[in-house]
Design a protein around this ligand. Structure first.
Ligand code: DGT
Ligand code: CA
Ligand code: CA
Length: 567
């Protein structure tokens, strides 16, 4: 259902684009008026249209606009806007989000220089040409340059794993400064979201301006955007934005809660507070003017009648209700992991020998691992042939004799072919303890059938959506159906820990858990150090509400053997 606000926004966007295009000003104004009328109306336009109300009876809405609004309500779209978006270069449309640049000025710039992209706009702003246009003073030029930069940055989200080292390094750096008591990295980083837009760092210190001065001297700072009395923002050499905020000790819990987010979670907390006659903000919880909580997050939650909610769950996906009804999950932890079911060795495309992987796994205190090299693969080189697999199995037997403290499961990562069959014969697969199956080519089209068929034969479905974050979108498939079948066939769903895969994504994990599926958090290591990637998979599993009992590789070996029917 579309709201008045959304209808108005479609109309006013249309007006903007018409104006950029240089259309008749009366026409432009008619759209703007209509947008204002809809936005400010006390009546619900969605309802008016459904009841068949004659919109032309409203002042300012003629026959055309009446039918346009109807179209927007009924389809959620507006053909005129879509045509304009095709017609006008996207660079000009992007310019609308630069502060200080409205459609009129964009048109002015276009007429003068035929500029159609942000890069060109930047060029003319820098080389002094833009100054020559009437009304373009130095302040506006500055705003334009800032705006271009912001739009470009808005597109980038960093992988969580790619900011981890920097985040921890800044934390250490800040702690070195005298008088700094607490440093905490809040925001999406603390919620362990797979990608983060920027870092939000809170600091409790005696003298914030001094800390800020020190902060902006951090070795990786490329540009200081602002350094204020309680907040500083910098950009690092990799373009990551970092915000630092001063917080008082009494408000620390409230601030940490507020800046950890998510915004959607915070909004729900504030609603609960209001019901109790309280007010929550980043400084504390208040009854009237009196502050009743705020020193710790626990205090904040308690004040609004809740228990502590782990940051990974704070996405307004049911965590508040779960807390109120006592079914918040006890999230899986790193210490719970006892093994890993997906790794590659020199038999296929891994860098290390089997024995090196085994030693590293023992070092991590694992009780079992599965060696799962690639099968011969029809499309990609360096998989094993069936003969190579047989010789690998012999080698595993030898190594197993040497290392009694760990169980080495014999496995493979087979290709799920286009028709859903596997690339190794049943006969050879029978010799194995564990069969990991994955799609590695031909991602186009609906993949549901292909996967459903493979579920008949595999033990683990690896990187089920096949997405690569920021690079390749997930395959097209009915995952709900796939999860039901996986549950029925006892097929384990993988949470692949490679930082750019993190596949399954969090919302799918939660959905599959509710269906009753079991999971494996696997490293998919291609060398022995990569076994440690499992921590990223654990982050993702926690965001998907998983507990120990959901995660097969946190179970005792005997339970794993029973579940996988290994003999
Ligand atoms: P990101 O940086 O895009 O990965 O996501 P976040 O969640 O770190 O978002 P960010 O950096 O914009 O803001 C940090 C936190 O501050 C956010 O999670 C919740 C809080 N916050 C920011 N803006 C608002 C707001 O308008 N209302 C509320 N309630 N909280 C906000
Ligand atoms: Ca952030
Ligand atoms: Ca931020």
């Amino acid at each position: 259902m579309i709201t008045n606000k959304e209808i108005a926004s479609i109309l006013s966007k249309t007006a903007d684009l018409l104006e950029i295009k240089g259309e008749n000003p009366f026409k432009v104004r008619a759209y703007r008026n209509a947008a204002r009328i809809v936005e400010n109306s006390s009546k619900d336009f969605n309802k008016l249209v459904k009841e068949g109300f004659d919109l032309t009876r409203l002042p300012g809405i003629g026959k055309d606009l009446s039918s346009f609004i109807k179209e927007i309500v009924e389809t959620g779209k507006f053909h005129k806007l879509e045509e304009l978006q095709k017609e006008i270069p996207p660079g000009l449309v992007d310019m609308l989000s630069i502060e200080g640049l409205g459609p009129k000025r964009i048109r002015q710039i276009y007429d003068a220089f035929k500029v159609t992209s942000l890069d060109e706009l930047k060029k003319y702003a820098e080389n002094g040409e833009l100054d020559k246009l009437p009304g373009f003073g130095p302040k506006l030029i500055e705003k334009i340059l800032k705006g271009v930069k912001q739009i470009k940055k808005a597109g980038i989200r960093f992988l969580w794993a790619d900011v981890e080292e920097i985040a921890e390094d800044i934390r250490k750096y800040l702690f070195k400064f005298k008088g700094v008591e607490i440093v905490e990295i809040a925001g999406s980083y603390r919620r362990k979201k797979e990608t983060v837009g920027d870092l939000d760092i809170l600091v409790v210190a005696e003298d914030y301006p001094k800390v800020s001065e020190y902060f902006i001297k951090y070795k990786k700072v490329k540009e200081v955007h602002s350094a204020g009395l309680t907040r500083s923002t910098v950009f690092l050499d990799n373009d990551l934005q970092v915000d630092l905020r001063a917080v008082s000790k009494e408000s620390y819990g409230a601030a940490l809660h507020y800046f950890t987010g998510s915004k959607a979670h915070n909004i729900e907390i504030r609603k609960l507070a209001i019901e109790k006659g309280l007010k929550v903000n980043e400084y504390g919880v208040y009854r009237g003017d009196k502050r009743i909580a705020g020193k710790s997050e626990e205090e904040v939650y308690e004040a609004v009648g809740l228990c502590f909610i782990e940051p990974e769950l704070r996405e307004n996906r049911g965590e508040i209700e779960a807390c109120l009804n006592n079914y918040l999950p006890k999230l899986i932890r790193k210490e719970d992991i006892l093994g890993d079911f997906h790794m590659h060795t020199s038999y296929s495309d891994g860098a290390n020998y089997i024995e090196e992987m085994v030693k590293k796994a023992i070092n991590l205190n694992y009780k079992y691992i599965a060696i799962t090299d690639h099968s011969k693969r029809l499309k990609v080189a360096n998989g094993m042939s069936e003969e190579e697999l047989l010789s690998q199995l012999k080698e595993i037997d030898e190594i197993q004799k040497k290392y009694k403290e760990i169980k080495i499961l014999k496995g493979i990562e087979v290709d799920i072919l286009e028709d859903g069959s596997l690339d190794f014969s049943d006969e050879i697969l029978e010799k194995l303890d564990i069969i990991v199956g994955a799609i590695h080519y031909k991602f186009e089209g609906d993949q549901t059938k292909r996967i459903l068929k493979a579920l008949e034969k595999i033990d683990i479905l690896a990187h089920p959506t096949n997405r690569i974050i920021n690079k390749r979108s997930e395959i097209n498939a009915n995952f709900e159906e796939i999860f039901h079948k996986a549950k029925e066939k006892n097929v384990i769903l993988e949470i692949n820990s490679q930082p750019d895969r993190l596949d399954l994504p969090d919302t799918y994990i939660k959905m599959a858990k509710e269906i009753g599926c079991k999971f494996a958090i696997n490293s998919d290591a291609h060398n022995c150090n990569m076994l440690e990637y499992i921590k990223y998979g654990i982050n993702q599993a926690r965001r998907g509400w998983l507990e120990k009992e959901d995660v097969v590789n946190s179970w005792k070996l005997e339970d794993v053997i029973k579940f996988l029917k290994i003999h």
